[in-house]
Design a protein around this ligand. Sequence first.
Ligand code: DGY
Length: 332
Amino acid sequence: MATQPTVYVTRRIPDAGIDRLEEKYNVHVWEEKTPPSKDHIIETLADIEAEGLLCLLSDEIDGEVMDASPNLKVISTFSVGYDHIDMDDAADRDLPVGHTPGVLSETTADFAWSLLMTTARRTVEGQDYVLDGKWETWGPKLLTGPDVHHATLGVIGLGNIGTEVARRAGGFDMDVLYSDVEPNEASESELADVGVDAEYVDQDELLAESDFISLHVPLLDATHHLIGESEFQQMKEEAILINTSRGPVIDPEAMDTALENDWITRVGLDVTEPEPLPADHELTRHIPEQLVVTPHIASASIQTRNKMARMAADNLSAGLEGEPLPNSARKD
Ligand code: DGY
């Protein structure tokens, strides 16, 4: 009987994915809550002569990792973002890389909205107020925040997730601006069909005109610290900034300065630099009045995580069978 291919999975993903893999492969799973070190990934891939690697966004995957097992045929990440994988190294080795686009767009957009509503209407502060025993009476000016309806939403990056965020703005009768490397006519027309008129503007105009700014760009050299001091200074004092993309899209020192000096009103983050954000990091002193932070959970609905697990397993299987990946991250 032929031996089954061996695969390494760097964390216990939902059973929907693991079960699929276990039917056909010899599956080794890293069972800890925190990620294996890069050295450990290298050692494990070498020890088990892995043919497949299923990784997470918290694993650094570069040429050294790719060369650890002589049999490695495919890498599949349990994420849509693949900034943790050196794509040039993968291309040099002609190694297929799979990711999970599409299935998490709506879930992530829902969460961007939840951060937007939370930061605008100060729900975290409200809960702390109750728990701190400060709630003595109804207050005419207690924890007031800006209206969301009829405000202007600026979406930076009108890809799959940005489009879903813009779509949801229709329910709040918002004006929607977006900036991107180029106009996205397909998304504009999809949004127009549901009554959302998304206007393409340059980033400077978006920063100056928006009441709420939501970031939806991938992390690339061109988007690293896309939002720095000068961008914060272009925003309205009332502006609220939401980031569910990648932490390093915002320069954390510039954010600290902007909040310290009230250049903008509030920030809602699901992603941070560094990530995880230590509880004693300088930025946390702005919590909760000016900053709300959640631990990178925007795609964490039960249904979506199951879909991501199945998709990541299917990408891995296709690579092991020598077939084209259903969702390849390689653009070359
Ligand atoms: C991704 O998939 O890249 C998200 O950041 C986590 O779901």
